[in-house]
Design a protein around this ligand. Structure first.
Ligand code: TYM
Length: 330
């Protein structure tokens, strides 16, 4: 079975971008692949979260994954910090990572812009830790959204560098999405991708209540009026159709596409429909997650079992990495 790894940072409530970029793939992949899915709590430390928030943040991501349909019996679902082997591989990979290339990573440059008061080395080496997450299980497929594409390229670089210096150990991990192209769910305000940290009203969270979902959809950007025939579809409308493609039935999608084509589409109607369809999609996940999130006994059991599976695989890789590097003295 092919090995799959992917992680989600525990930095806040999960949103539709996380769902359609990552989790939807997890759920399909769990049936046929050997899957390792984890909560990236170490990665969340780059922004110095309040220590008392960590546990709740980790529980929430676990609960939202399970509520979305991830089955801890079928996959290893674990928390990154429960697998210390990852940290050791990270240390080893750091010797193969060059300052120049790390400084050029766009996500690093964004952080320098967004948090200039806290440009720590953990931010700089973020892609190295992420590579360790992936390479520790010798994964070949990594289900992620489009924003992670460059990080995957770096993981392949480190795999190659390690292999050519020390001997073959790591296969090259590829970013993966069912349906080929990696997904980028747009923000509702028409500015860039949906994300945890930016405009809250432009992000649909799996935890949003029905009223808030409808309100956010209603406010979604559709500034441009009707479009002359033959002109390209405005980006804001394209974004609405993209969302509709994810959650609405084929009949509904066809109805609104036809309306657009014969210039009778009323954006308000489309957003109202999307509001309803989003509610139908999100509400069951929200309710399940809410119930799970407070079940510490269950979540702790899941985490432990997941960590056990993950450590078994991680220890094997690490042992071989040490040996190839020459760290075997006894
Ligand atoms: P994170 O926590 O920001 O996001 C988790 C997953 O959600 C995807 N995603 C999106 N996909 C489509 N459209 C969007 N608007 C959108 N927003 C987020 C992300 O691509 C990701 O798949 N560095 C990673 C976490 C990580 C990881 C790993 C992932 C750490 N180690 C190893 C894979 C393998 C991150 O910050 O994702």
């Amino acid at each position: 079975k092919e090995i799959v790894v992917s992680g989600i940072r525990s930095t806040g409530y999960l949103h539709l971008g996380n769902y359609f970029g990552a989790i939807r793939n997890y759920i399909r992949m769990q049936e046929t692949f050997n899957c390792y899915f984890f909560v990236a709590d170490w990665h969340s430390l780059t922004t110095h979260p309040d220590p008392k928030d960590l546990r709740g943040n980790v529980f929430r991501v676990l609960a939202e994954n399970i509520a979305s349909g991830l089955d801890p019996e079928k996959v290893a679902l674990y928390v990154q910090s429960d697998v210390p082997e990852i940290a050791e591989l990270y240390l080893l990979l750091n010797m193969l990572a060059y300052m120049g290339e790390l400084e050029k990573v766009p996500t690093f440059k964004d952080k320098v812009r967004l948090q200039p008061q806290n440009v720590n080395a953990g931010l700089l080496t973020y892609p190295v830790l992420m590579s360790a997450d992936i390479l520790i299980h010798r994964a070949v497929k990594v289900p992620v959204g489009k924003d992670q594409e460059q990080h995957l390229e770096m993981a392949r670089n480190y795999a190659q560098r390690f292999n050519s210096r020390y001997g073959d150990l790591f296969p090259e991990p590829m970013a993966f999405n069912f349906g080929d192209n990696l997904v980028k769910i747009p923000s509702l305000d028409g500015v860039g991708k949906m994300s945890k940290s930016e405009n809250q009203m432009a992000t649909l969270y799996l935890s949003d209540d029905d009223e808030l979902i409808r309100k956010k959809m209603k406010k979604a950007k559709t500034d441009s009026g009707p479009v002359e025939p033959g002109m390209p579809m405005p980006e804001s409308i394209e974004n609405l159709f993209l969302l509709m493609d994810q959650v609405s039935t084929p009949d509904v999608i066809k109805h609104f596409r036809d309306a657009y084509d014969n210039q009778s589409l009323r954006y308000g109607d489309m957003k109202a429909q999307l509001g309803d369809d989003m509610v139908n999609f999100i509400a069951p996940i929200r309710e399940k997650a809410l119930a799970l999130q407070n079940d510490a006994t269950y979540l702790n059991r899941i985490m432990k079992e997941g960590a056990e599976k993950a450590r078994e695989s991680a220890a094997q890789t690490l042992q071989q990495a040490r040996k190839l590097i020459g760290i075997h003295y006894y």
